[in-house]
Design a protein. Structure first.
Lengths: 87, 153
């Protein structure tokens, strides 16, 4: 059975990509956020372009700010978004 | 509860929230409050606040808790609105109650500085001429948030 992670996009990224979430199958053995990004980009040029246009792309894993080196496990929720602009 | 955090579409009542903070503890000597609102000009019509449900509440809760401990507050409130807001509408209420004014005022600044770049909200501006623009994070805002890492308390 394929192992999956959920990927979410917010704000300008969500709008540009045209979807807010996708389910991604990952190979057993785990992979980094950076490798997940490369995998998604390889499968979808529109996502690759949208992510490339965000020089200060942020990532959260399971709703906590994280890094591109973070190792993912099946069932994780990974969110990509531009720098936050609240307040 | 000394920490009060809300993410909501509805407006907040500044007077009511301030009174609530004032009444939390007999040891309170002052309450600091900051209210952020939608600034008009340059043809802006409104803005829409998007957020990351779940992470938003958790990060505001953690921030308020951090302020409570760091500045020895008697109470701390963070209310942030989401959805479409017109010019003049309140976006965010932060309030800090403490024994003395220094802690109350400093904690208020800490809360809004850290919230602006540390909680998952994004602003989309809507202009009279039909343009819609996602607000860019300002480098000065990120510097203000970072400065608290090296400041004491």
């Amino acid at each position: 059975m394929a192992e999956q992670v959920t990927v979410l996009f917010f704000a300008a990224l969500r709008e540009q990509i045209g979807q807010e979430s996708l389910s991604v199958s990952i190979a057993p053995g785990g992979l980094s956020v950076r490798a997940l990004r490369a995998q998604i980009e390889g499968a979808n040029p529109a996502i690759a372009q949208a992510l490339a246009e965000q020089p200060r792309l942020r990532v959260a894993v399971n709703q906590t700010l994280s890094t591109f080196e973070h190792m993912l496990k099946p069932g994780d929720e990974v969110a990509f978004f531009p720098p936050m602009t609240g307040g | 509860m000394p920490v009060h955090v809300r993410v909501q579409a509805a407006p907040f009542d500044v007077g009511q929230q301030t009174e609530r903070l004032s009444a939390l503890s007999p040891h309170t000597g002052g309450v600091g409050v900051f209210v952020g609102q939608v600034r008009g000009g340059q043809g802006l019509r409104a803005m829409t606040l998007e957020h990351y449900p779940g992470m938003t509440e958790a990060s505001l809760q953690a921030l308020a808790q951090e302020a409570l401990v760091r500045f020895e507050l008697t109470g701390c409130t963070v209310i942030h609105r989401i959805g479409r807001l017109e010019i003049g509408a309140g976006i965010v209420f932060v309030g800090a109650a403490a024994a003395h004014r220094g802690a109350a005022l400093t904690a208020t600044t800490f809360l809004i500085d850290r919230l602006k770049t540390g909680a998952p909200f994004w602003k989309r501006e809507e202009y009279e001429d039909g343009r819609a623009i996602w607000v860019d994070a300002r480098e000065t805002d990120e510097e203000a948030a970072r400065a608290w890492l090296t400041r004491t308390p």
